[in-house]
Design a protein around this ligand. Structure first.
Ligand code: IVH
Length: 667
């Protein structure tokens, strides 16, 4: 090798090592040793060398955490060993039964256990080959998961290469991906500000982030990872103790929770559980119990596992956090589509550090079932979720109470409420003149997945309505901005930002517009399906019930809602105004070919190169249709790995069966 090449390799290695070390100081130990500018300088130096000598750059360089967007969905991967779940204990007695059973089965009076927090995240398996990060696969159904490597490699505390002396090792690990509460709160408050739907808990964001096709999103979300088990390791390196092995895992460069501990007796286990329950509110992440695992692998093997869970481990769940408070009164909220929801107004009470003063009562049936009345002392729970819930009434403390009654008239517009037949809720049907419904329908129209108009929060919408600048969402495209500028709370800048954002929204796609209209029960997914079957909004607006009902995934109720919407005179007028306002609606989902015209496909099993969703999309995009069940009319069954009963049915009905390769050939 030339000396020049050697020098470059040495420089790359040296910079890589430094950057990894500083990443660790910053992200793992929260203790940066150099300034951000110094770090950026190292990073750009490495990047520059890699750009000049791409053949010498390592795939696992710290500059390569964020890769390209994934097209066509995640690849399905079968786990070599099924990723099992855990048995649960919900009280001390159930945990005691577990402890007694393992003692009896091992013929011991006490068993050494590893005690660890049960992180409220999502499970993942991590594979390293020759010391380098190879792949990360979700648990999935335990047998088949999805390869989400592109997102997992963006996690800054995950080593892309193992430390010495493990730098040539093959290893497969079990881990939990989670998000710190502070990051969760930050993301939610941003979403709230932009009037977007917030996430219920950190787990949901973590899971949602890992399933994004664009790794840029994950790279910005500061996800965290703890290793909690080993699936495969070289016998010479692993020991017979899980806790010892976790120390080795730490030396390789992974994060292992510092609260993991061995407990030697039943009483120690209970003490650990109570201690952790007491400090859980001070932890930076959410945990919902303690996982106890037999520490010795030899003992684990003696007990084995059922098809669902190992016999050597149990998750002893925490009691959910609850508090008692008085229900002062009940208010009634009007939703976007007119549904009336009773909301409990509570005497403020602190639950797990958060002050709660309101909680949804969902509907009248729920109130009756739980026998909740005004002035009752109620138990409020915040089980994992941030959203509080009234669990039950403290009947011992019941004094003078008043029943909760659904009002006969809308609390906002005073029109008579109707009970939705066969349903448990009441509705205000005055949708075009009821202010909360108008505000929320405009908010929905402007939301990110719809027309994506930013700067249009509830307050601004109300301001525009109160100043007679708009009465419904179509008016957004006819706003007189000279008047907006002069409004007290607006000003020149926010007014011109809003104008620009509305202008930009004119360039849109058919699925967005369908969703934006706010047709009852037509969510984003349904809108997307509709956009694949109709070439324009005009065509959809003229469609008949019968033709809608033939579309897979469109049920009779949704079909009727769609037809009713477009039949309504006011809807017609609103749609006309939108279409006359210089909008440009592209249909991205329209078929790209008609090669599969007239063919009906049924899909079963999982595939190497496609996710099921992408397969469905390809069929629709090429003029075919997808059905969920086999019949004589089915043209092809596309057969994947581990097919279900559809395979047998297709054989019986002599339906043509093709595999992934032949499907590709069809196209
Ligand atoms: S060990 C055989 N340890 O809980 C399963 N799991 O309910 C071994 N979890 O899917 C799992 N914290 O995602 C283990 N300290 C911990 C854990 C943990 C959270 C999750 C894991 C698993 C789920 C089962």
């Amino acid at each position: 090798m030339s000396t020049k090449k050697n020098e470059i390799i040495n420089k790359i290695n040296q910079l890589t090592k430094q950057i990894i070390e500083h990443n660790e100081n910053y992200h793992t130990y929260d203790n940066p040793k150099i300034s951000d500018e110094e770090y950026d300088a190292l990073y750009s130096e490495l990047k520059k060398i890699e750009n000049s000598y791409p053949e010498l750059a390592s795939l696992n360089s710290p500059t390569k955490r964020v890769g390209a967007k994934l097209l066509g969905g995640f690849k399905k991967v079968e786990h070599k060993f099924p990723m099992l779940s855990l048995s649960n204990a919900s009280d001390q007695n159930e945990f005691k039964l577990f402890y007694e059973r393992i003692c009896k089965d091992l013929n011991k009076s006490k068993v050494s256990l590893s005690a660890e927090p049960k992180f409220d995240g999502l499970a993942i398996s991590l594979t390293y080959r020759k010391g380098l990060f190879h792949s990360a696969v979700t648990r999935g159904d335990g047998v088949i998961g999805e390869d989400v490597s592109i997102n997992v490699r963006t996690i800054k505390t995950l080593p892309l290469a193992l430390n010495d002396p493990y730098s040539k090792l093959d290893v497969v690990l079990k881990a939990e991906i989670y998000m710190n509460i502070s990051d969760f709160n930050m993301i939610n408050s941003k979403l709230k500000k932009n009037n977007e739907k917030v996430f219920a808990n950190p787990r949901n964001i973590a899971a949602g982030t890992i399933r994004q096709l664009d790794p840029k999103i994950a790279s910005k979300r500061n996800l965290q990872i703890f290793i909690h088990g080993i699936i495969e390791i070289n016998k010479k390196i692993g020991t017979d103790s899980h806790i010892n092995d976790m120390q080795i895992i730490k030396k390789m460069g992974f994060n292992v929770c510092e609260h993991n501990k061995t407990v030697e007796t039943f009483n120690d286990a209970i003490k650990y559980y109570e201690d952790m329950n007491n400090i859980r509110q001070n932890l930076p992440y959410e945990i919902d119990g303690i996982v106890f695992k037999i520490d010795s692998y030899t003992d684990r093997d003696k007990l084995g596992e059922t098809s669902k869970a190992p016999r050597w481990s149990i998750a002893y769940k925490f009691r959910s956090i609850e508090a008692q408070t008085r229900l002062k009164t009940v208010s009634f909220q009007v939703g976007r589509t007119g549904t009336i929801t009773p909301v409990a107004e509570l005497e403020p009470v602190s639950i797990g550090g958060v002050t709660i003063s309101r909680a949804s009562l969902h509907n009248m049936d729920e109130i009756q079932k739980k026998d909740i009345r005004i002035n009752d002392i109620v138990y409020v729970k915040r089980a994992g979720d941030v959203i509080p819930d009234i669990d039950r009434v403290n009947l011992e403390k019941r004094g003078k109470t008043k029943p909760i009654k659904m009002p006969s008239y809308c609390p906002a517009c005073n029109s008579q409420l109707k009970k939705v037949s066969n349903q448990t809720f009441f509705k205000c049907e005055n949708s075009r003149n009821c202010k909360p419904q108008i505000i929320q329908s405009i908010q929905h129209f402007a939301s990110r997945k719809a027309m994506n108009i930013s700067g249009l929060g509830e307050g601004i919408i109300e301001l525009l309505i109160d100043n007679n600048l708009i009465t419904n969402y179509s008016d957004l495209y006819y706003i007189n901005f000279d008047r907006v500028k002069k409004l007290e709370r607006m000003g020149e800048l926010s007014s011109s930002n809003l104008q620009q954002s509305i202008d930009e929204s004119r360039d849109t796609t058919l699925d967005r517009l369908i969703y934006a209209l706010g047709i009852n029960e037509v969510g984003y997914t349904t809108a997307k399906i509709l956009s694949k079957h109709y070439t324009s909004i005009e065509e959809l607006s003229k469609t008949k019930l019968e033709s809608l009902e033939t579309i897979k995934d469109i049920g009779p109720v949704v079909a009727k809602n769609i037809v009713d919407f477009f039949k309504d005179n006011e809807s017609k007028e609103i749609l006309k105004r939108i279409l006359n306002s210089n909008v440009n609606i592209k249909n991205m989902n329209k078929a790209v070919s008609n090669k599969l015209d007239g063919l009906t496909f049924v899909i079963t099993g999982s595939f190497e190169n496609y996710s099921r969703k992408s397969l469905e999309e390809i069929i629709l995009n090429n003029g075919g249709s997808v059905s969920s069940s086999i019949s004589k009319k089915t043209s092809y069954l596309v057969l994947g790995i581990k097919p279900g009963s559809k395979y047998d049915k297709a054989k019986n009905l002599k339906v043509k069966i093709i595999d992934e390769k032949n499907f590709s050939k069809l196209l």
